[in-house]
Design a protein around this ligand. Structure first.
Ligand SMILES: C[S@@+](CC[C@H](N)C(=O)[O-])C[C@H]1O[C@@H](n2cnc3c(N)ncnc32)[C@H](O)[C@@H]1O
Length: 235
């Protein structure tokens, strides 16, 4: 078992503070903008399945690419929460809406009442949480009964195609990303995926934390997936 990188709150916070100014540019460059499509599909799915959507939480919201898409659903309020002040500062300039409330908060200890949200979304964030299980239980607490949790994430993959992908992700991206961002964050990025749960392990853990998997969308090689989960009522 490979050793997981340091995901302590202080380490993650300072790393994302450091890369905040370069984050959007590098993100879209490395995914050739496909990440934009993956976020838009979440909004389409919510609409198509007619999810209740008055109060939303976009957790690990970063610079706001997902919260901006969610605004098109016309919710009453969207809380956008993150531990990195500098990522939130960029979102404040980039996303302009009086329905959007920016909150500095850690996924393991959310400053919200029980059963407050209709939907919680997390785009490329859950992999960075210091303790996945504690965070999932905390998200469960703040969701309404039958509330939805939607996770877009890179999970650990296996097989030949994953090997090729790892070459790009483990060598090319860190070389370019570290140079442009001036930090070692892009080496962390590969290690955080390579040591994370695979998608089956993640859905098993979600089930233990009182979530049912409704739909799993494989976006890319079984590594990038969107998970649609519902808070179970009978536990
Ligand atoms: C890769 S960025 C993703 C940003 C955005 N959701 C997107 O789709 O582009 C991951 C974000 O997760 C945040 N984050 C990491 N650990 C967190 C935690 N424990 N609680 C809240 N936010 C966290 C980081 O600060 C960073 O802004």
């Amino acid at each position: 078992m490979k050793e997981s990188p340091d995901k302590s709150k202080s380490k993650i916070e300072s790393m994302f503070d450091d890369i905040a100014p370069a984050y959007d540019r590098l993100n879209h460059l490395f995914t050739l903008n496909i990440d934009i499509k993956w976020r838009k599909e979440i909004v389409k799915y919510i609409r198509k399945n007619n999810y209740s959507r008055e109060v939303l939480l976009d957790l690990a919201t970063g610079t706001g690419d997902l919260s901006r898409e969610l605004l098109s659903l016309s919710p009453l309020k969207i809380y956008a929460a993150d531990i990195s002040r500098k990522m939130l500062d960029i979102q404040k300039i980039k996303v302009n809406s009086d329905r959007l409330i920016l909150v500095r908060a850690d996924a393991q200890s959310l400053p919200f009442d029980d059963e407050y949200f209709d939907i919680v979304t997390i785009g490329f964030g859950v992999r960075n949480f210091e303790n996945t299980e504690i965070s999932l239980r905390e998200i469960n607490r703040v969701l309404k009964k039958n509330g939805k949790l939607i996770i877009l994430e890179m999970f650990r993959g296996e097989g030949f195609k994953t090997g090729l992908f790892n070459l790009y992700f483990g060598k090319v991206m860190p070389y370019i990303g570290n140079k442009i961002s001036g930090s070692s964050a892009y080496s962390y990025l590969f290690r955080s995926v390579d040591t994370f749960l695979n998608v089956k392990e993640f859905t098993d853990l979600s089930s233990k934390c009182n979530f049912e998997t409704d739909f799993l969308k494989n976006n890319f090689l079984g590594i990038v997936n969107t998970l649609y989960l519902t808070k179970k009522t009978d536990c």
